[in-house]
Structure formats: C-alpha cells, structure tokens
Design a protein around this ligand. Sequence first.
Ligand SMILES: *[C@@H]1O[C@H](CO)[C@@H](O)[C@H](O)[C@H]1NC(C)=O
Ligand SMILES: *[C@@H]1O[C@H](CO)[C@@H](O)[C@H](O)[C@H]1NC(C)=O
Length: 252
Amino acid sequence: MACAGSHSSSLLHLLTLLLLTISLPYKSLSIRIPDHVSTSIRNPPPDYPLKTAVFALGCFWRSEAVFGCLNGVVRTTVGYCGGSKLNPVYRSLGDHAESVQVEYDPKVINYNQLLEVFWASHDSRQVFGQGPDVGNQYRSVIFTNGTEERRLAGVSKEREQLKLRSSVVVTQIQQLGTFYPAEPEHQKFELKQNPFLRQLMGSLPEADLENSSLAAKLNGYAAELCPPRIQKQINAKINDILRKGWPVLRDV
Ligand SMILES: *[C@@H]1O[C@H](CO)[C@@H](O)[C@H](O)[C@H]1NC(C)=O
Ligand SMILES: *[C@@H]1O[C@H](CO)[C@@H](O)[C@H](O)[C@H]1NC(C)=O
C-alpha cells in the first residue's frame, strides 16, 4: 500500500561528495549545533491572511515535496480528502484520495500558479493511479473552496485538455470537504529519509517539522522536486555551511 519509492540517490551522492571533500566522517560533522533551536524555527503567526489550497496528485509524500519548495508556500500538510469515510488512516483510508494541503501567501504566489504546478507535476491522463502507484487513492483531484477557485480550476483543466488533444484529462474538480491530516510519520516524509538534512537543521524534533516552512522547503529539496533555481540556491547554502562549519540551516 505504501507509495512506490521515488528517492533519487544523486542528492545523497552529492552530499557524500561534499563530506569527503571536507574530509569529515559523517557522524561527526563539525557543525556547532545549539541544543535548542526549535522555538526559533517555528513559524511566527503570520500578520497577513494566508490562503489554503488542497490537491490530490498521486502519492502524498511526493505531492507535499512538490508544493513545499515553492516560494510563497508557508506550510504543507499531507492528508486524506474527497471521500466519505470518517477519520481515515493510512492503512484504511476508504474512498479518500492522498492529498496535500498547501498554505500560501497570496501576495507571493497565487492560485493559478499553484494550478500550473499541479498540472506540471503529474500525469492528469492516468486512470486509477499515478506513475507506479496503482489505486483509487492516487487519483487526480483539485479540491475547490468557493466559486472563484472552482472557476479557475475549470479554466485550467480546459486549457490542459486542449494541450493534451486526444488524451482525456481525468482530473476531477471536487468541492472541498473535510481534510483529514495524515499520521505524523507521513508528514515531511522525504525529509525524514535524510538524516543529514535533519542534522543541518539542528535536529529539530519531529513534531516541530510539521509547521515549519523550512522543513517544507527541505522536504522538496530532499526529493529533488524543487524548481532548479531553488535547488541550486539550497545547494549553495549547504555548501556554505559545510565550509564554515556554522551556522545551522535556518532559512533558504
Ligand atoms: C474556504 O474559504 C473561506 C474563505 O476564504 C475560508 O474562510 C474557509 O476556511 C475555507 N474552507 C476550508 C475548508 O478551507
Ligand atoms: C501546527 O499548527 C497547528 C495550527 O496552527 C497547531 O494546531 C499545531 O499544534 C501545530 N503543531 C505543532 C507541532 O506545533
């Protein structure tokens, strides 16, 4: 039932190379990590209204990574949406779709831009699955809240259909119902597979990863799903930290 792994190993290779270059054994990075950084890394309450969008586009580990890396996305949460089963869980999600809830700052990124990323990040023609993942839980859905989102989603779907000509876009546009957050172990899943990045963040407790914008970004970075410019920017930051042995990665 778990999503097929899509972990690429080239990031690990890069990191290993970096470590070898500065000849530090993995376990003893000479980075001075303060004991208590977690509070400083928690997001302060925003003083502007954030907006929320929900999408389903296959395995939610990957979906979260895709959106988390975008500038303007403040927080991501994976969960279950679009079905009728009450209180779904990973091993028993009923008729829900694996989904990602994206909280974003509309002054930096808008709904149309999120829709573009949605279409570009999966195959909207695939029936009953996504990539190697087979099953109804991996279906493609745009969950809309209100008439404006519904309109924008509809227009973007028509555009996508025109682009794909004879293939049928099977993406559903569905009114947003209850979004059930998934179990903690599924949040920032890609980042959690990468102890090196966790260490660079000052080994933030797992619970604190959930609301962290930095964790959302690094989760995308770990999966190598950031836009190339951002992927490069984070590479540079990490290089810099490794060279200086300081500080902890607090923002990217
Ligand atoms: C839908 O949008 C309204 C207005 O923007 C917002 O107050 C509400 O919380 C949203 N509902 C959900 C389920 O996100
Ligand atoms: C994350 O934020 C939500 C909503 O603001 C809050 O209910 C939850 O307790 C926070 N989780 C952590 C681990 O801080």
